[in-house]
Ligand binder design. Structure first.
Ligand code: NAG
Ligand code: NAG
Ligand code: NAG
Ligand code: NAG
Ligand code: NAG
Ligand code: NAG
Ligand code: NAG
Ligand code: NAG
Ligand code: NAG
Ligand code: NAG
Length: 423
């Protein structure tokens, strides 16, 4: 199963970028020259834009009537062809499936209340994206598509190359990066999972004697393997080995854990929330046709996960990259729902404290304070310079699903390039 990180990456030119990639009429300049054509398929009108310079194509449907139906709000769905056989989905759907409903309804706290949104299913093989699977790790996924840390770093590198004229293309100005319940550093997070298991704010998942044995096994086998992986940068057997060593330790202790939903420890194994009904809806042939989808929706793709695991992607540290993104002046928010056990907040907090930038010393020693919404405590936070941390109360892995109003407030503040602040 592939762990999904709900994340956002904001660009100052988001509206024009969206328009540019969608081939709309505000396109200016030779960088965006291309051919547009309109094609009716199965009664649905598709617009196809072929970019002259790269041959990349965008194939989209406008206002499918699925999900976003607010007058004056446009919705586009379709594919970017990022290679001959690789097609990445662009979705924009501000909806929720309340109370396990089988059809969507509008979410009043949708982020498109505040910004134009592009949602991308990546890597290829996840969601509606399809094609030959060439992506084996987060680093190699970056050139194809644009999301979180490695992607932000890749944008920065490309902008530098455009600036020194070694690359002829249009700069994309990043404003902000937000990562919700992410995986940043296995050395830190494997260990912190044991602390979370005992010391989380809900209930102990294991007792202290099991935890002590777990820590001993982590230290004896998982940690040395992770350190060997961490000292390499290339694709090496060490990272694949670390993945296996740590999995062996984790699975030998899983029998001591009770039944719970790893994405929300407050819920039982087959959790009712967030409802899974959206998957059936997205695979309804009428919906697939209306939005221009060319493949069924895949919530978690083993075909994608296997090569990532082979590469040992999760054993590598993304902190050096994240540090350089923060240091470069991009506003970064690291946030976590406090009931998620997949990428728990203990590990997120320890990771954010290990980010290196000009404000590191002040950041790591600063105490957290309550983060309020309308005077009600919704979490704890701290912020120094361009880096903010937020732990969200009463939330599983997908914070915008569990705490939509809090998530929208945080999203707005971050897009304004401000430190997050209580209201
Ligand atoms: C241009 O910038 C890129 C990215 O930083 C770098 O890799 C490359 O070496 C630079 N080229 C020159 C000619 O400075
Ligand atoms: C849980 O917290 C206590 C008190 O801070 C600490 O001594 C203990 O080491 C923690 N447990 C784990 C497994 O980290
Ligand atoms: C800890 O949990 C294990 C496994 O459930 C159990 O065998 C053991 O008795 C427990 N130890 C204590 C001190 O509660
Ligand atoms: C892991 O490697 C990174 C450099 O890639 C380094 O900054 C970090 O200190 C290393 N972690 C440990 C625990 O050695
Ligand atoms: C922890 O490691 C020791 C030594 O390798 C092993 O004997 C023990 O079975 C492991 N504990 C668990 C629960 O796997
Ligand atoms: C939600 O709907 C699905 C499909 O209709 C059904 O299988 C499932 O039991 C429902 N779950 C709850 C908690 O009602
Ligand atoms: C997509 O899902 C539908 C309904 O589950 C199924 O009938 C169909 O065969 C699937 N199509 C593909 C290409 O997998
Ligand atoms: C964020 O980074 C930019 C670029 O380094 C810097 O100019 C700015 O002062 C930083 N913001 C804060 C609040 O420190
Ligand atoms: C923070 O919020 C909690 C409620 O979650 C409250 O008990 C506590 O007093 C608040 N702390 C401060 C300093 O306001
Ligand atoms: C090398 C390879 O797997 N090529 C495949 C890429 O995808 C196209 C269309 O999906 C196939 O026809 C190729 O065989």
């Amino acid at each position: 199963m592939l762990i999904q990180f709900p994340s956002f990456l904001a660009v100052s030119v988001l509206a024009s970028l969206a328009a540019q990639v969608l081939g709309l009429n505000i396109l200016q300049g030779s960088e965006f020259a291309g051919k547009r054509s309109v094609e009716e398929r199965d009664g649905v009108v598709h617009t196809i834009f072929e970019h002259d310079a790269t041959g990349a194509t965008i194939d989209y449907v406008k206002n499918s009537g699925i999900c976003e139906t607010t007058p004056g709000v446009n919705q586009y769905s379709g594919y970017f062809s990022v290679g001959k056989y690789e097609h990445v989905v662009l979705e924009n759907g501000p909806c929720q499936f309340y109370n396990n409903a089988s059809t969507p309804s509008l979410n009043p706290y949708s982020w498109n209340e505040y910004a134009n949104m592009i949602y991308v299913d990546e890597p290829i093989g996840t969601g509606f994206s399809y094609g030959n699977d060439t992506v084996v790790g987060t680093v190699s996924a970056a050139p194809f598509i644009l999301i979180p840390t490695e992607f932000a770093y890749y944008f920065e590198q490309q902008n530098a190359a455009i600036h020194n004229k070694s690359l002829h293309a249009e700069k994309i100005n990043l404003v902000a990066l937000g990562i919700n319940n992410g995986w940043y550093d296995a050395i830190i997070q494997e260990r912190e999972y044991i602390s979370f298991s005992v010391n989380n704010t809900y209930y102990p998942l294991i007792n202290t004697s099991i935890a002590d044995a777990y820590v001993a096994n982590y230290t004896a086998t998982c940690l040395p393997a992770l350190l060997a992986c961490n000292s390499t940068t290339e694709e090496t057997p060490q990272c694949h080995n670390a993945e296996q060593q740590c999995n062996t330790v984790d699975s030998s202790f899983s029998a001591y854990y009770p039944d719970f939903d790893p994405y929300d420890i407050r819920q039982p194994g087959s959790a009712p929330f967030p409802p899974e009904t959206y998957v059936n809806y997205l695979n309804d042939p009428a919906v697939l046709k209306a939005i221009g989808a060319k493949t069924n929706y895949s919530e978690c793709s083993d075909a994608v996960d296997v090569p990532f695991a082979q590469f040992g992607d999760g054993s590598r540290s993304f902190l050096p990259t994240l540090s350089s993104v923060v240091q470069s002046g991009i506003t970064v928010l690291i946030w976590a729902g406090d009931a998620d056990a997949v990428c728990d907040w203990f590990g997120g907090f320890a990771s954010v404290n290990a980010i290196e930038y000009s404000g590191s010393a002040e950041f790591s020693s600063k105490a957290v304070q309550n983060y309020t919404l309308g005077g009600v405590a919704k979490g704890t936070y701290k912020s120094v310079g361009n880096l903010s941390w937020l732990r969200v109360f009463a939330s599983g892995h997908e914070v915008p699903a569990f705490q939509p109003e809090v998530a929208l407030q945080v999203f707005k503040q971050t897009l304004q390039k401000k430190p997050i602040s209580p209201t």
